[in-house]
Every structure is written in C-alpha cells, then in structure tokens.
Design a protein around this ligand. Structure first.
Ligand SMILES: *[C@@H]1O[C@H](CO)[C@@H](O)[C@H](O)[C@H]1NC(C)=O
Ligand SMILES: *[C@@H]1O[C@H](CO)[C@@H](O)[C@H](O)[C@H]1NC(C)=O
Ligand SMILES: *[C@@H]1O[C@H](CO)[C@@H](O)[C@H](O)[C@H]1NC(C)=O
Ligand SMILES: *[C@@H]1O[C@H](CO)[C@@H](O)[C@H](O)[C@H]1NC(C)=O
Length: 131
C-alpha cells in the first residue's frame, strides 16, 4: 500500500471512526511490543505482559511531562482499522524512533496480530480527543 499523505490519513481516520471522540488527530506509525514487568514505567507503575498498556514516544510522555499518563489510546491496524485495541498509556518509549511509533504490551500486541511479526503498522489516537 502506498503511503498516503497526512491529509488523506486524516480524511480516512474521520470516515472510519464515526465516534466524535475519535475524530481527533491520529498518528500512523509502527507498533512494537515489549516486556515491561520488572522496571517501573515512566508513569510510575509496574505492569506485566497481560495488562493492556502502551508506551508512547518521549514527545508524549517523559520524566518532565506525565500529562498523558493513564489516558486511553485506541490503536488500530492501519490496513484494517476494524482490528483495534484500547490501551492505557503507562510508559515512554525511548527507543521507538519516530514520535508516531509506540510499544504495546504482549497482550495488546496479540489483540492486533501475532508476536512473531515483531512490528505492525498502526494508527492511534487518544480516546479523549487530546492531541
Ligand atoms: C508498513 O508500512 C510501511 C511504510 O508504508 C511499508 O513499507 C510496509 O510494507 C508496511 N508493512 C506491513 C506489514 O504492511
Ligand atoms: C515478564 O516478562 C518475561 C519476559 O518476557 C515473561 O517470561 C514473564 O512471563 C513476564 N511475567 C509477567 C508476570 O508478566
Ligand atoms: C498483572 O498486573 C495486573 C495489575 O496491573 C494484575 O491484576 C495481574 O494479576 C497481573 N498478572 C500477572 C500474571 O502477574
Ligand atoms: C482504558 O483501557 C483499559 C484497557 O483496555 C480498559 O480496561 C479501561 O476500561 C479503559 N478505560 C476507560 C475509561 O474506558
């Protein structure tokens, strides 16, 4: 699939998601998965592979800015938006590269695909509509 322009993505997002809350800005990037059950997350909690959590780039969560902690985010497959999972922001992802990229817990990743693929193209947005 050819990479659509940002404008096309926004148009797609608002047509696919009828709910007003999800007409908020969305990001399209790569979802990785990680194991976060032994170190404290950037939001100050411990989590495990079975929790439905997400780590966002340090543009969204960092030691100085925890405003996005514990907000919920909907993460969908970019090519199949009906496959989605709702996850809670509990961490920063220092190694995610692009600010649109995220990491998911094992359980959340498995709601979208099999772990063996390693990464997925996803589109995500804050459920509360924040940017
Ligand atoms: C993910 O998106 C990139 C960039 O558009 C594309 O090159 C790649 O093939 C996609 N991967 C999958 C599994 O769809
Ligand atoms: C913690 O992560 C390790 C490494 O993947 C895994 O084997 C273990 O089951 C996890 N424990 C919990 C409680 O999720
Ligand atoms: C994972 O953590 C949640 C709370 O965050 C807890 O309810 C659950 O029992 C834990 N699961 C395991 C396997 O440790
Ligand atoms: C946020 O997402 C978590 C994980 O999916 C879910 O358990 C929780 O009910 C959601 N919170 C709200 C307010 O919808």
């Amino acid at each position: 699939m050819q990479l659509p322009t940002k404008l096309t993505l926004l148009a797609l997002a608002s047509s696919v998601f009828a709910s007003p809350a999800l007409q908020a800005r969305s990001e399209t990037g790569i979802a990785y998965y990680g194991f976060e059950n032994s170190t404290m997350t950037a939001c100050g909690i411990y989590s495990n592979d079975t929790d439905f959590i997400v780590g966002l780039s340090t543009d969204y969560v960092n030691w100085e800015n925890r405003d996005n902690c514990f907000k919920n985010v909907t993460v969908s497959l970019t090519d199949d938006p009906s496959t989605s999972v709702e996850v809670t922001v509990t961490d920063a992802c220092k190694d995610c590269g692009d600010s649109a990229n995220v990491y998911l817990s094992v359980a959340a990743f498995e709601a979208l695909g099999v772990l063996s693929v390693g990464k997925l193209n996803v589109t995500w947005a804050f459920v509360d509509g924040s940017n």
